[in-house]
Design a protein around this ligand. Structure first.
Ligand code: SF4
Length: 289
C-alpha cells in the first residue's frame, strides 16, 4: 500500500491488538525531540486503499477484538473518513470491542463534540496523545504544535464524549534549568485533564533529531528521577492507570491513582536515597528506543 516503508509505531498497550496501517507518518512532524517519522512524508492513500488494507487483515484475523489504526496521527483524517473506516471495521470484525489511534491535540480539536461521540459509538476507544509537558515555554522550545491549554481542552472534550485519553509525558524534556517548572506544570495539566491512562517516558535524545543536533544536555539520572518524583507528588488524579515501564525509564513503575501514589513516591524516594543514581550524567541509556 505504501511506497516507502519505515518502522511502524504502536503504543505498548496495543501489543495484543491487530495493527492496521491506514496512513503514514505524522502530519506535524515538527517536534525537535522526535525522530519517529523524520524523512517520512505524511500520507493517506485514500479510502479505497484503506478499505483494501482492512479487508486483507480481516481475512487473516476475522476474530480480532482489539484493533489499532496506525500511523502517527490517524485522528488527523477528516471525520467522514474516520467514520467510514470504523463502519467498515464494525461490519467486518464481528467480535470487535475497541479501536485505538494516535491523536494529537489539534486533530481532536478539529472534531465537533457530536463527531467525537459518533466515533465513540463506532467503538473508537483510546486516543494516545503526547502531552510531553504542561509548560508552555518548554512546548514552544521543542516546537510542539499545541499549547498546554489546547491539549487540556482536547483531552477534556474527548473524555466528555466517552473516549479514553492515554497521555504520554516526557521526563527531562525541559533540561535541568526548567526541570521543576516542567514537573509542576505537567502535573497541573494532567490534573485538569484527568486522563484514564498516563505513561511517563524519559527523554533520550537520538542523533536524527534537531534537539540532539542543537547540543541539548540531557538531565542526569538523579535529576530525571527527582523530576518524576516531583510530578507524581503533585498529581491529583481520580482514576488513572500510571505506567513508566518504557525502556527509557530508569526504574519501571506501575500503579493506579489515587491509591498507589504513596507507594510510587516511596519507591522513588528509596531510589533517590540509594546513592546508586548518576549525578553527573544521564547514566546507562537503553540500547534502542
Ligand atoms: S512527537 Fe508526535 S506530534 Fe511530534 S513530531 Fe513526533 S509523532 Fe509528530
Amino acid at each position: 500500500m505504501f511506497g516507502k516503508t519505515h518502522t511502524l509505531y504502536r503504543p505498548p498497550g496495543e501489543a495484543d491488538s491487530l495493527i492496521i496501517r491506514v496512513a503514514d507518518g505524522c502530519p506535524w512532524n515538527g517536534c525537535t525531540f522526535c525522530g519517529m517519522y523524520k524523512g517520512v512524508k505524511y500520507h493517506f492513500q485514500g479510502l479505497e486503499n484503506a478499505e483494501r488494507e482492512i479487508s486483507k487483515h480481516w481475512k487473516m484475523w476475522p476474530d480480532a477484538r482489539r484493533i489499532f489504526l496506525a500511523d502517527g496521527d490517524v485522528m488527523h483524517l477528516d471525520f467522514q473518513t474516520l467514520e467510514t473506516m470504523l463502519l467498515s471495521l464494525n461490519e467486518k470484525f464481528s467480535r470487535l470491542a475497541r479501536v485505538g489511534i494516535y491523536a494529537n491535540g489539534t486533530s481532536i480539536l478539529a472534531k465537533t463534540d457530536d463527531e467525537l461521540q459518533r466515533l465513540k459509538e463506532l467503538k473508537l476507544n483510546t486516543l494516545y496523545m503526547g502531552l510531553e509537558s504542561g509548560d508552555n515555554e518548554t512546548l514552544k522550545t521543542v516546537n510542539k504544535r499545541e499549547t498546554a491549554e489546547q491539549m487540556i481542552e482536547a483531552g477534556q472534550r474527548a473524555q466528555a464524549a466517552g473516549l479514553r485519553m492515554s497521555v504520554m509525558i516526557l521526563t527531562g524534556l525541559a533540561g535541568e534549568r526548567r526541570s521543576t517548572l516542567h514537573a509542576h506544570a505537567t502535573a497541573d495539566v494532567l490534573n485538569k485533564m484527568q486522563p484514564r491512562l498516563l505513561s511517563a517516558l524519559r527523554l533520550v535524545t537520538t542523533p536524527n533529531t534537531p534537539l540532539y543536533k542543537s547540543g541539548f544536555k540531557m538531565v542526569t539520572e538523579f535529576q530525571a528521577v527527582k523530576e518524576l518524583r516531583e510530578q507524581i507528588a503533585n498529581l491529583e488524579l481520580d482514576s488513572t492507570v500510571f505506567r513508566s515501564d518504557h525502556s527509557s525509564n530508569i526504574i519501571p513503575l506501575e500503579g493506579r491513582f489515587p491509591k498507589d501514589k504513596p507507594r510510587l513516591l516511596a519507591q522513588l524516594d528509596d531510589l533517590l536515597a540509594s546513592g546508586q543514581l548518576d549525578t553527573n550524567s544521564p547514566g546507562r541509556l537503553p540500547w534502542s528506543l
